[in-house]
Design a protein around this ligand. Structure first.
Ligand code: AMP
Ligand code: GLY
Length: 424
């Protein structure tokens, strides 16, 4: 069968590689893909929000199944649009995508279904912000209601900061919404839990812990993610039971009751406090770089998994995993997540010897002429598998050094928490 894959990041290159390994796949088309996917698929340069044009390309290239990587087309309703046009597509519909597209929607689902999460208030005006300040202690987390490309959340240590950040959102700092969600600050350890969902069932799809801050020792501004490890040892069997019964099941049931069953990947962002899970956020897709750290551990044919999910037959599918540890380190352009250097020339990729347990997933890269050029802040993801996180990290850093990419940087401490406890 022919597959269409929407997106252009490291997540999509990792998905593309898995699709390419599948015996069920003839051709892959990436909309628009990156330099990495161009080696495995046909890249087609198109705006991922131009649904009409994507539909035309799907028909023209006789694509049998579409996989949507990023959140924006999902939140804007690409699944509803393609389904209406009789195209098979994997991902949640517009309504269910509000779990990520609207933080107030997600919080209302939580409060209506007793799902453990931080105390919150949805605010439309300053008076409501003051009310919350009177009854919640600092720090307080200020969130823009809608999609904000990872820039919509600020942890505020003073009342003044809360008021300032809320005002900016009320005044339209983010196009997606002027609503503010204020939250109590939860202390604990963050972890991401993934499932794949059909109309009646869901299956485990891995755990990961990413590193969002740009600098070592988790300092500096937030990024899309500087690296990740999988599996996350904090997710024990007993914790997993709680995550499923208190958070995932009630959420999926709530959507079902609203006649909008969830279908697709669901990324459950959690804070773990004294072995109790609290929901921080839902994402309606795989994470990036979480996808790059999880997928290399997947044994089962990914197309078989997608087909079973679409046919509501996940229940009868066994999803198998390689019993190894995995780590991803992201190589970024100097200046990221602020103003970063563009058009870095990447020319030593062939100097890096990769085994079956090592991968380089491209993110912001493009083939221009006979060169691979960086076009994004996050450039390449180095993933390796092994039995010990410290050894995996050493191997990845050895590989990154071979690249000798000027004006790039990466964190050398990815996985520090698990490594600290690894040999105890
Ligand atoms: P979100 O987009 O909601 O996931 O928020 C981005 C990041 O902000 C999360 O990954 C957490 O690190 C942090 N965060 C969000 N909400 C809270 C909260 N209530 N308490 C503590 N940290 C939070
Ligand atoms: N790495 C965080 C995300 O994909 O949202």
């Amino acid at each position: 069968m022919n597959i269409g894959l929407i997106g252009s990041g490291g997540r999509e290159h990792a998905l593309c590689k898995k699709l390419h390994e599948s015996r069920l796949v003839d051709k892959i088309f990436c909309f628009p893909g990156n330099a990495g996917t161009s080696l495995l698929a046909t890249n087609i340069d198109v705006d991922i929000l131009n649904f009409e044009e994507i539909l035309r390309l799907i028909k023209f290239n006789k694509i049998d199944l579409v996989i949507v990587g990023p959140e924006e087309p999902l939140v804007k309703g690409i699944v509803d649009f393609l389904k209406k046009n009789k195209i098979k597509v994997f991902g949640p519909n517009k309504y269910a995508s509000k779990l990520e597209g609207s933080k107030s929607f997600m919080k209302m689902i939580c409060s209506q279904n007793n799902i453990p999460t931080a105390k919150f208030k949805i605010c439309y005006k300053k008076q409501q912000v003051n009310d919350f300040l009177d009854r919640c202690k600092l720090p307080i987390v200020v969130k823009a209601d809608g999609l904000a490309a990872g820039k919509g959340v600020t942890i505020c240590k003073t009342k003044k900061q809360v008021i300032e950040n809320s005002s900016e959102i009320f005044m339209g700092k983010f196009k997606s919404s002027k609503k503010v969600v204020l939250e109590e600050f939860l202390e604990g350890e963050e972890v991401s839990y993934f499932v794949i969902v059909d109309n009646s069932n869901f299956k485990f799809f891995g755990t990961a812990q990413d590193h969002k801050r740009v600098y070592e020792n988790d300092k500096g501004p937030n990024t899309g993610g500087m690296g990740a490890i999988s599996p996350a040892p904090i997710v024990t069997k007993s914790l997993e039971k709680k995550i499923k019964s208190r958070i995932i099941k009630p959420t999926l049931n709530a959507l079902k009751k609203k006649k909008n069953s969830y279908n697709g990947f669901l990324y459950v962002g959690l804070m773990i406090k004294k072995n109790e899970p609290y929901l921080i956020e839902y994402n309606i897709r795989m994470g990036d770089p979480e996808c790059q750290v999880i997928l290399p551990r997947l044994k089962t044919d990914i197309v078989k998994i997608f087909k079973n999910s679409i046919a509501n037959n996940l229940k009868n599918l066994k999803i198998e995993w390689i019993k190894k540890k995995s780590m991803t380190i992201v190589l970024c352009s100097k200046g990221y997540p602020g103003n970063y250097k563009k058009k870095l020339e990447i020319d030593n990729l062939d100097k890096i010897k990769l085994s079956n347990f090592d991968h380089i997933f491209h993110a912001g890269t493009k083939v221009i002429g006979d060169k691979i050029i960086s076009i994004g802040g996050r450039i390449l993801n180095f993933t390796s598998l092994g039995n010990n996180f410290l050894k995996i990290r050493k191997k990845i850093i050895f590989n990154i050094r071979k690249l000798k990419l000027k004006n790039s940087f990466y964190r050398k401490d990815i996985g520090w928490k698990v490594i600290k406890n690894e040999n105890n």
